[in-house]
Design a protein. Sequence first.
Lengths: 147, 100
Amino acid sequence: MTILTVESVIAWRPEALGTAADGLDGVATDIDAARRRVSGAADSLGGVWNGPAADAASGRISRDVRSATQLAEAVRSARDALRTGSTGLGSARTTLVGIVNDASGRGFRVGPDGSVTPPPVPPVMSSPEAADEAAAQFDRQVRAVEL
Amino acid sequence: MSGFDVVTDALVDFAGAVDGATAELGSLDPATPMAEVPGAVPGTATAAAAGDLAIRLTVACQALAETLAEVAGAARGNASTYGSSDGRVSQHLTTVGGAP
């Protein structure tokens, strides 16, 4: 598994999981149709095929029909997991996009690795000696306006 | 009942129906709808699991199709065996004691 980054999460397409889930739903429906076809055909043998071979075949067909039922259930479980994943991952992506946008709007920069860099602060706030220069610059600007 | 009853045409019909189901199952490809999942959510456990599951489900569909194909083949084979046995016995009975 690759390392998740902010960029990769934002690039997620969770809706693709929902599309895949719909595709699996169709697969499960087709398996059920095939199972019903076999089951119906087996039922039609009742009364026209009796004996040890028929009994053995009946047991075999019953097992295969059960296998088909279980396979359809497994496909539907995968379908449900994909739908849940689509919702969950979509929610996580939406939350992350909101956080990144909020931070960006406040002047912060969010890096691909999730690190956050604050906006640059005026020198007057970061070094006391810059305050004198800031005051002098302000005075010069005021005088320029007054002249 | 110690004997058996069989309508061979019904066995052949059964084999045909199972053949149809086999073809349906054999054409199923769960991997196709799941193909986009790994690329849609890269870096997640979901992506890795989807790839594995797609293979497993496809293999399971193929295995079930093959099993049903065997059932159809057995039914068709039984119908043929019943038919040929009946034919041989019939011929034997009609030739017992010399041809008419």
